[in-house]
Design a protein around this ligand. Structure first.
Ligand code: PAF
Length: 280
């Protein structure tokens, strides 16, 4: 496995692979790798000759300086993990390499970003759009892999690929969960023991909301019940609990046909903000 910190070195490696007619899969990450990332790498390995994993804690997508500062950075461990997965190349650039100058281009994802994560974290999806489009241009992959856990990110990137005619296939992989149902996230390692013990309630409340909706309960009642459940667990501060249309991400009043509904949640446990969702 080769590790690159500059665009130029990564490009000359990839140019050579293209000459050899190899296909390239890209797994963009911010490091602090867990099982969820590994499944993305494995999916890429299965479908491409070369897998490039990028590790870059992208400052432009953090609207909260403390969150950026505290974001786990575990490059050495990450490289050890990646070495065992069959990943071909790691791209771990510095901030200066990615942003030699402050970018002036701005992404506006319209109604896709006025809700949920976009509403709670102003500028977040502009930062995601900038860094992901840079990575797409640098790596020029045949396929790029993202996790379903970041449902709104998936919607925004899908739209960006369409609008800007990026010539690649997006592959979306299911959320990977701990045995107790907690969605895997790099932020989980910031939870203290008590917070970690209540964190699985996020998935439990999502699942019971889904079951109530499928049993015919109204969206309004289900949202209220879920909010009450979060309120009853004092460690949680709920940011949002939304039942939305999977494509538009807009709140729905009534559940639609199977597969187009999503329940999305963001909640704080102490300073740590966790997100999760279920599609049904
Ligand atoms: O999902 C993430 O970890 C990040 O948002 C991404 C896609 C790597 C861009 O920084």
């Amino acid at each position: 496995m080769e590790v690159f910190t500059t665009i130029q070195h990564l490009r000359s490696f990839l140019d050579h692979q293209i000459e050899l007619r190899k296909t390239i899969g890209l797994v963009p990450t911010m490091g602090a790798l867990h099982e969820g990332h590994i499944t993305l790498i494995e999916a890429s390995n299965a479908e491409n000759d070369i897998t490039v994993c990028s590790i870059f804690v992208n400052p432009t997508q953090f609207n909260n300086p403390e969150d950026l500062l505290k974001y786990p950075r575990t490059l050495e461990q990450d490289l050890e993990i990646l070495g065992k997965t069959g990943c071909s190349a790691v791209f771990a650039p510095s901030v200066e390499e990615m942003y030699p100058e402050k970018t002036v281009v701005k992404f506006d994802f319209g109604s896709l970003e006025t809700v949920m994560e976009g509403a709670s974290r102003p500028g977040h999806f502009n930062g995601v759009g900038i860094v992901v489009s840079k990575l797409f241009n640098i790596v020029n992959p045949h396929r790029a892999y993202f996790g379903q856990k970041d449902l709104q990110q998936v919607a925004v990137i899908t739209r960006m690929v369409k609008d800007l005619s990026f010539s690649l296939q997006l592959v979306i992989c299911p959320t990977v969960r701990e045995d107790d149902g907690l969605a895997m996230s790099s932020r989980n390692r910031r939870l203290d023991a008590k917070e970690r013990s209540v964190a699985p309630h996020i998935n439990r409340i999502l699942q019971s909301a889904k079951n109530e909706l499928l049993a015919g309960e109204s969206v309004e009642n289900v949202v209220q019940t879920a909010k009450n459940e979060f309120d009853a667990i004092k460690e949680f501060t709920l940011d949002y609990f939304e039942i939305v249309d999977l494509l538009s991400l807009q709140p729905i009043q009534k559940v639609g046909p199977a597969g187009i509904n999503a329940i999305c949640v963001a909640a704080f446990l102490g300073p740590v903000r966790l997100i999760d969702n279920v599609v049904f």
